[in-house]
Design a protein around this ligand. Structure first.
Ligand code: PLP
Length: 400
């Protein structure tokens, strides 16, 4: 048995789980406590209220479930729909595929709209499908906001406009797992009915909480929704949450971490958070240009600010790049998933992240690509990112 920890730290650049800030780690470092002691009720009510910030909502009802994004998907579907209900979902990557798989396994009748991997939701196609549904059989439109497989962000506001243009009453259910808390999300403005995210993404916490928010319309739909639900039943939460109670044991450490993480987002300001993600992503995209490589997402309208998915040249196995990055430089990059495995690698830059962290990953990616036979001039990508960030990075609030 050989145990060895390399010096320095691992450079974590997958699009979730992401880097956890020291402030959040410290907040979670607590002894066991009893959630039935009197302090908990006010604390938990504040936790729920806090999460409204990341959804961009005043009106929705937030829920916090132990679980992950996948559990959030299940909550969104089971609480609003009935067996055999017709739903529409775009498929343009592994996560939209897996959500559709869940819908089918739950007994929903899914109209799958396949899109090329690297493109996003097609609003015109959605409008057309909804217009043709004259009997209003379609009960929900399901959209993955940021497809983490491909680095594509779809336009949820645009999907809402398409639904309105068709005059269709379906619910709008949105997977915001790799967007909410990093990319602009306007639950109230876009009239999203259920929004879902997970703790290990933009909130920069350990994995273990599923965050869900439901509109009034979704809670109305719940009253007649017949899909079976137990652990993820909104009704159990609605019965207990208003008085600061929970139907089962909460993860207190995670809740402490969550409050600290949201406090940090509030201190930064959500508009600054979105701008930072855009700046980081632009730098990463400039590096890709500098390398002479291409993004998987060709159309700028869909380019994700939470991760960058890089196509590798023909004949190069992107898994080798990811392997070299980890083995030589202690850099964790994301592999290409499913049908694009071997063809792309992914650089996550969401959550607790800044320019100098990301430039380390870009440098590591450069070296790992050269190691793997990609003809790249050392510094070609880093130089483009550095030149861009030197011009655009903002002065830290308290250091002007
Ligand atoms: N949806 C998206 C867009 C994701 O990126 C992921 C995970 O990466 C999931 C859903 C599934 O979330 P989890 O792995 O937390 O269950």
């Amino acid at each position: 048995p050989f145990s060895y920890t390399p010096p320095g730290r691992n450079h974590l650049f997958v699009p979730g789980p992401v880097n956890i800030h020291e402030r959040v780690l410290r907040a979670m470092h607590v002894p066991g406590q009893n959630h039935r002691d009197p302090w908990f009720a006010d604390f938990f009510k504040a936790c729920l209220e806090d999460t409204k910030l990341i959804y961009g909502t005043k009106d929705a009802t937030p829920f916090i479930f132990p679980g992950t994004g996948t559990g959030g998907w299940e909550a969104a579907l089971c609480n609003t729909l009935s067996p055999g209900d017709k739903v529409v979902c775009f498929r343009y990557g592994l996560f939209s595929h897996l959500w559709i798989d869940m819908m089918q396994r739950l007994g929903l009748d899914v109209v799958v709209v396949d899109r090329p991997w690297g493109e996003g939701a097609d609003e015109a196609a959605l409008e057309d499908i909804l217009r043709k549904d004259t009997e209003k059989k379609i009960k929900a439109v399901c959209v993955v906001h940021n497809e983490t497989t491909t680095g594509v962000t779809s336009d949820i506001g645009g999907c809402r406009k398409a639904m309105d243009a068709a005059g269709h009453p379906a619910l709008l259910l949105v997977d915001g797992v790799s967007s909410i808390g990093a990319l602009e999300f306007r639950m109230d403005d876009w009239r999203v009915d259920v929004a879902v995210t997970g703790s290990q993404k933009a909130l920069s916490l350990p994995t273990g909480l599923a965050f869900v928010a439901a509109s009034k319309k979704a809670l109305e739909a719940m009253k007649t929704a017949k899909l079976k639900r137990v652990y993820y039943d909104f009704a159990d939460m609605l019965r207990t949450n208003p008085s600061g109670n929970v139907p089962y044991t909460p993860s207190l450490a995670m809740l402490y971490g969550m409050r600290e993480s949201i406090r940090m987002l509030r201190e930064e300001g959500m508009e600054n958070v979105y701008a930072r993600h855009h700046r980081l992503a632009e730098g990463a995209r400039k590096a890709v240009e500098g390398w002479g490589l291409k993004l998987l997402c060709k159309n700028p309208r869909w380019r994700s600010d939470s991760l960058t998915v890089v196509e590798v040249p023909e004949g190069v196995d992107s898994n080798k790049i990811v392997k070299n990055a980890y083995a030589k430089y202690d850099l964790s990059l994301g592999i290409g998933l499913a049908q694009i495995n071997g063809k792309v690698f992914r650089i996550g830059h969401l959550g607790n992240m800044n320019e100098l962290m990301l430039v380390g990953a870009l440098a590591g990616a450069e070296m790992a690509m050269i190691d793997s036979g990609v003809p790249i001039t050392p510094g070609s990508g880093v130089a483009r990112a550095v030149e861009y960030w030197q011009r655009t990075a903002s002065v830290i609030k308290t250091r002007e």
